[in-house]
Design a protein around this ligand. Sequence first.
Ligand code: ATP
Length: 443
Amino acid sequence: MEDLMQKVISLAKRRGFIFPGSEIYGGLANSFDYGPLGVELKNNIKQEWWKRFVQKRSDVVGIDAALIMNTKAWEASGHLENFSDPLVECKKCHARLREDQIQDSKCPSCKGKEFTKPKNFNLMLKTFLGPVEDAANTVYFRPETAQSMFVDFKNILDTSRQSIPFGIAQVGKAFRNEITPGNFIFRMREFEQMEIEYFVKEEEWEKYFDEWLGEMKQWLRDLGVSEKKLHYVDIPDGERAHYSKRTVDIEYDYPFGQKELYGLAYRGDFDLKNHMEASGQDLQYTDPKTNEKFLPHVIEPTWGVDRSVLVAMLEAYHEEEAPTAEEGESAMRVVMKFPFWIAPVKVAVLPLVKNKSEVVLKAKEVFGLLKERFACQYDETGAIGRRYRRQDEIGTCFCVTIDFDTLDDNAVTLRNRDTMAQERVPLDSLASTIQERLYDKNN
Ligand code: ATP
């Protein structure tokens, strides 16, 4: 299993999905950059999420708030006081560790068994705004996107004509000074979240909690995540935040163990109440029918973008015998079987010969046509089998080959990534055939 992680990390680097950040300077601990294919994969995930949960729903609106907020917001939310992890130091090698992550009471670096007493280490990433580096100018990068949705609640209520139940959604960066980042893009200090704060009447919280759990399960199915690797963990009394009556951690069997992927929490009216008290602004909602004023309660589903990418890549990675080895093709192939909608490249256009100008011209014409509608690549270098393998390895859904016959019959060969089946398709209906196959619900 650990092996799978190494294979995915190496493919990610080799093919331009994800590389270590600042690499030419020796890197920066646990920072990663998304390359040309990684950014497409990540954008496909974020765009589908936005389409599904914001644009297609009339009860959710989106925002894109500043990463740095007034420090009073972090005082009110409790982050400055409580957003911390227990930090201990190994007495032998002085490694700094998160106490709740130490396994078998042993230091992972030197196997030492003695640790200092845990101290609360605040995870907020601090910086200064303005030219003077003093306490008055100290600000923090947001450790979650959620708080700006509460802080902007009144503005949204006043401008968007929403009535309860309704939600505010946001996709964006969050920063945490994690004590022990690691496992590739699983735990970083800079990462992205997709979050919704869904405002309901207190008496209806259970109904909407279940509804969002259902939405999250459907999302995971569509992302291609195996049901058997998922665990819906109800956090027991005493371990949940005091204001929450129910929290479900959605955990996944990563190669390095069962750990959190997403979360769903009922937050009561904790956040709005705190911001109302601290800001002195009235954040209550007025029921348009009864004129009753109250603070709505909140259901918060949260998705990590980078963990979505990681899980999508782990699930997609396949090595298989390739039954129809052609010229230049190895008998084994590595194929990223992404669900078609997240694949960074949908179609590759490959002229069968390189030097025959009519074939190449035709291929370029087909490429010009298809790239208007799909994310496409054009590749004319190397044996055709090798080109198929290159495309399989990045998860390209379809390969279109143009050969001498194309010049006569105006048809091309369409190859399916997963079945490797090839069929002859007339150029006239190529784009519509690809469109149909890409968005066929069975894929
Ligand atoms: P963990 O227990 O793994 O530290 P958490 O419970 O602190 O996670 P939340 O505060 O619920 O995480 O954050 C919401 C989501 O943001 C998580 O479900 C996860 O997908 C993502 N996330 C949190 N921390 C990180 C991180 N350091 N790197 C990448 N993604 C993260």
